[in-house]
Write a protein that binds this ligand. Sequence first.
Ligand code: 5AD
Length: 347
Amino acid sequence: MDADKIIDKLYESCGASLEELEFLIDGRNEETAQKLFALARSRALEHYGNKIYVRGLVEISSFCKNDCLYCGIRRSNVNAQRYRLTKDEILECCREGWALGFRTFVLQGGEDAYYTDDIMTGIIAAIRASYPDCAITLSLGEKSRETYQRYYDAGANRYLLRHETATPEHYAKLHPKELSLANRMECLQNLKEIGYQVGCGFMVGSPYQTTADLARDLLFIKSFAPQMVGIGPFIPHHDTPFAHEPAGTAELTLFLLTIVRLMNPKVLLPATTALGTIEGDGRERGILAGCNVVMPNLSPQSVRKKYMLYDNKLSSGEEAAEARAALERRVEAIGYRVVTDRGDYKG
Ligand code: 5AD
């Protein structure tokens, strides 16, 4: 096999085989990386120009009924600081976000039973009524099809649910036995059928992950054809069973982002907080690898340090929604521009 040929094929046909992806990932070097960066960037430019979309992220709850081995807000972490936002607090975040120029609000949280369907649809409907020009994105985990439908009917447009890993055996090593990849996949399918713009994704460098797992993630994403893909490095959290596992690297994350862009030319691809956390210029490097979305933190200051999925998670500096001007400067410094626009998928 020849890396150059695989890359040319990736660019021209937006596809590659499992073996080709494994070969590309295992054999990666500065030269193949640079070639992929240039092609991924030109693909993003072709479809989205030099626009970078922003989403205001509101972390509504750090309570979670799940016990994912990698996550700092897992149920059995007794040291996690728990909080949940009220409807009024969430609406206040949106008000501030709107004034800062955000036209997408992402409500993310642990799987917290406090938010019954009635409470959650009340929150969604209130945001929908106050901000008819904005997109509402949810990232609240696994729910029944009926619940997803109710959220959608109340006014939600998009849903982020990372598949985490497309390999069932790997999934079982990262999650407690109550959770299954099959259920995760069913949730993703339901979301799509209901009509949401859907995002899936995975962590890079999570414990036990092999190159074949990564290649299967890339092929799954291609076949699922999501509108959004979230990819960031795994970063250990000190109060989890994976406390002493090594973090994923920015280098491999960026390499995979270029491949995701080439396999899914129009996908909305965030330069994630985790990438910005392990590398000071992670977000800029993400954009230069074909990313076209950033999601600054719009949560109330008082809770930002409490939504700790992993150690040192960024929530200040340009990661903070109120630092939009600083974010704009950094984005402009590399030739891009932040736009105030819902930034829907261009299907
Ligand atoms: N490192 C990096 N990402 C993490 N997530 C959860 N825990 C970690 C961690 N330790 C990611 C998961 C989840 C998303 C909200 O955050 O992929 O889907």
